[in-house]
Design a protein around this ligand. Structure first.
Ligand code: BGC
Length: 712
């Protein structure tokens, strides 16, 4: 070790506060400017600018994000820990949402595995890869419940269900935090944006907030998440980034969260256009006193709050608490001991194997008439569509360092799957949002020559994600017409979808024999899709979100309440439309397999139970088809009579089971009655005595039924 390096490490070790007491004494040595500096977070453009380096030197920056590569994080960290007066290390953040460079399926797709272990594994791998490039903090998982597919950010979360969303949130936190800090975002209610319009206001009752939108955050907190990000939206007029009820009362006082809260990008400054602050200083005061510790990108805390603290309009204790949360986080992450955190990235082959396996588990078979799928590896195959040989779009939204060159397209996946003698024809047919039909003739000609036509259609990756709300949910451009033109040839069509949200698929659902939902699957998209199309993987993905029939049904979600006039086709004056059924096209939890499963003999461990007990449901599931396959057995509950009307069904347990052809198994699903709580009339969680109906089956619209009494 060189002399200089030795001295350097010694300096760091001497400066390193190894304990909470040392943090107290560090705080005592900080000037007000240095304190506010720790609460300041700025985005770099790949690397820190000279001005940002100067801020670091002056102790006016607590963290940077979007600094890419250890060759760029290391020099700034060196400035922080050797040149700044107090030598406090920096956090380096990045939106590692579904991979760093090795891109995994988008989170919505991954939720459809109903396999939290898969989500944990990809989060862990992504975190490990990011850490090797100098990142120590990700802005994930996004745990917003979304019931409106117009909202583009539905792609980043786990869909519409709070139970599935909570399990996925906790799994991702555990996975990421093996290597880097996680951030549960966006706290809270962002997914309820009115009309699905990005950043829009929300109107969420406290009961719905607590029962639907908050549970995944609570699960992330219970899993030890280091930070939460406050959301852009307001909730009934109170912006989430200046909302003391959320960030103080619920998060810190009720849940005992000891980590820190970071604002979203300029969401502190945005309190001004929201109309709840008249100046930057007022916006900063409101956010900080509400409990938002770190100001992302507004620069308001560091620039505008010192005078308010000096004049006692912001108590110093508020600043100190926020600073201590940041310092404790840095200590917990080990930054004072090891600011550079050199890590080794997982091997690329390992990442790709994981990406392919998980992508295979996410794919949802929506329709498969006369067992068109899986395909034989024989005869001429036409592969058609703007997404068939597209290397960019399978990366989906928020793909950080993902590169198109790493992506295996569906065409490539198919070609490498079939034997050399098989002819694979390709025609793009149309662009994603084209108005032209110039490519149709070539596509139709290819389909005519083929035994089967595989159409790969859907959205561009950036049509979902942030700032990507859509007001129509059909296939964009002329893709639907392309589909119709190819189907008109009479060649059987397999529709492979790539999209970041539920689409409206009425024509396809009525006319196309096989439909496969692949979402955006990342670098191994093409291989994973080919694995499913040719039966090397039997699909087991299930929808984590409802697919409506028409736009006008939105919001449409499975865990709604009944009305006083439940839909009745024979009663005009019941809750329905005159022009479309009330049911979805594809319900939550739905997904087919190349085999079939039958359910029988549902039994509950007790007919009566107390609120402190656990009930076990046992059901016999039989693989009644001719292939091995995996079923996602789902258990839903309905509280029949309660002081507050309860959802018609709520997912409370599920289990993936793999069965050989002809095999039967008794599958057990456990429900602790304490998990059947809701917010009672007095706005406290309660499990009320009475009858609970239990449904166990393949999705939210089917299943066997049993019931038990909850006794006082
Ligand atoms: C997004 C966040 C993201 C942040 C930093 C914002 O625009 O809403 O989800 O973490 O930018 O990139």
């Amino acid at each position: 070790m060189s002399h200089i390096r030795h001295i350097l490490i010694l300096t760091i070790l001497l400066a390193a506060p190894a304990s909470a007491q040392n943090l107290d004494s560090l705080l005592a040595r900080m000037t007000l400017e240095e304190k506010l500096g720790q609460l300041n977070l700025l985005s770099a453009d790949g690397r820190a600018s000279p001005q940002q380096m100067q801020l670091v030197r002056a102790g006016k920056l607590g963290g940077l994000f979007n600094v890419i590569g250890a060759e760029n994080t290391t020099p700034v960290q060196r400035i922080a820990v050797t040149e700044s007066r107090l030598k406090i290390p920096l956090l380096f953040g990045l939106d590692v949402i579904h991979g760093y460079r090795a891109i995994f399926p988008i989170p919505l797709a991954e939720a459809g595995t109903f396999d939290p272990g898969a989500a944990e594994a990809t989060a862990r791998a992504a975190g490990q890869e990011a850490a090797a490039f100098g990142i120590n903090w990700t802005y994930a998982p996004m745990v917003d419940i979304a019931r409106d597919p117009r909202w583009g950010r539905i792609a980043e979360g786990s869909g519409e269900d709070p139970y599935l969303g909570s399990l996925m949130a906790a799994a991702r936190v555990r996975g990421f935090q093996q290597n880097i800090f996680a951030t549960a975002k966006h706290f809270a209610g962002y997914g309820a944006a009115e009309a699905g319009r990005e950043y829009n206001e929300t109107e969420i009752s406290q009961r719905t907030m607590r029962e639907v939108y908050l549970p995944p955050f609570k699960a992330a907190v219970d899993a030890g998440v280091a930070s939460l990000m406050s959301a852009f939206n307001d909730i009934a007029g109170v912006p989430a980034s200046g909302n003391a009820w959320l960030t103080d009362t619920v998060l810190r006082r009720e849940w005992g969260f000891t980590g820190f809260v970071v604002s979203d990008w300029t969401s502190v400054a945005e309190l001004i256009p929201h109309g709840v602050a008249g100046s930057q200083a007022e916006a900063g005061r409101r956010a900080l006193t509400a409990g938002v510790d770190m100001d992302m990108q507004s620069g308001i805390y560091v620039d505008s709050l010192a005078a308010l603290v000096r004049s006692n309009r912001i108590p110093m204790a508020v600043v100190d608490s926020a600073v201590m949360r940041i310092l404790r986080a840095k200590m917990r992450l080990g930054l004072f001991r090891d600011p550079y955190r050199a890590r080794t990235a997982p091997a690329n082959a390992e990442l790709r194997t994981l990406a392919r396996r998980v992508a295979g588990e996410t794919i949802v078979l929506l329709k498969n008439e006369r067992s068109l799928l899986p395909l034989d590896k024989a005869g001429t195959i036409a592969v058609i569509g703007p997404l068939a040989d597209n290397k960019e779009e399978p990366l989906g939204p928020w793909h950080t360092q993902g590169r198109a060159e790493d992506v295996v397209t569906v065409l490539q996946g198919i070609k490498s799957k079939v034997p050399a003698g098989i002819q694979v024809l390709y025609a793009q047919g149309a662009g994603i949002e084209d108005t032209s039909k110039a490519g149709f003739a070539a596509a139709v000609a290819a389909a005519r020559q083929a035994k089967v036509a595989i159409l790969v259609l859907g959205e561009r990756g950036d049509m979902s994600g942030e700032a990507a709300s859509r007001s129509s949910l059909g296939l964009p451009g002329t893709q639907e017409q392309l589909l119709e033109a190819v189907a008109a040839t009479g060649t059987p069509v397999v529709l492979v979808l790539m999209n970041g949200r539920p689409l409206i698929l009425e024509w396809a659902s009525d006319h196309v024999p096989a439909i496969v939902e692949t979402w955006f699957l990342g670098v191994e998209a093409g291989n994973a899709t080919a694995d499913v199309l040719f039966g090397d993987v039997n699909p087991s993905g299930r929808l984590p979100v409802t697919f409506p029939r028409v736009l006008g049904q939105i919001p449409l979600y499975y865990n709604h309440r009944n009305t006083g006039r439940p839909p009745d086709p024979n009663n005009k004056y019941s809750s329905k439309y005159i022009d479309v059924p009330v049911t979805p096209r594809y319900p939550f939890g739905f997904g087919l397999s190349y085999t079939t499963f039958t359910y029988s003999d549902l039994r509950l461990s007790a007919a009566r139970a107390r609120a402190t007990d656990t009930i076990t449901a046992t059901v016999t599931v039989t693989n009644s088809g001719s292939r091995e396959g995996t079923e996602v057995v789902q258990l839903y509950v309905h509280d029949v009579v309660a002081s507050v009307a309860r959802p018609v069904r709520e997912l409370k347990a599920f289990r993936r089971v793999t069965l050989k052809p002809g095999e039967s198994r008794g599958v057990e699903l456990r429900v602790a009655l304490r998990d059947l709580w809701f917010y009672g009339l007095d706005m406290r969680p309660v499990v009320e005595p009475g009858t609970f109906r239990v449904y166990v089956g393949p999705n939210s619209a089917e299943g066997l039924e049993a019931s038990f009494e909850c006794i006082p």
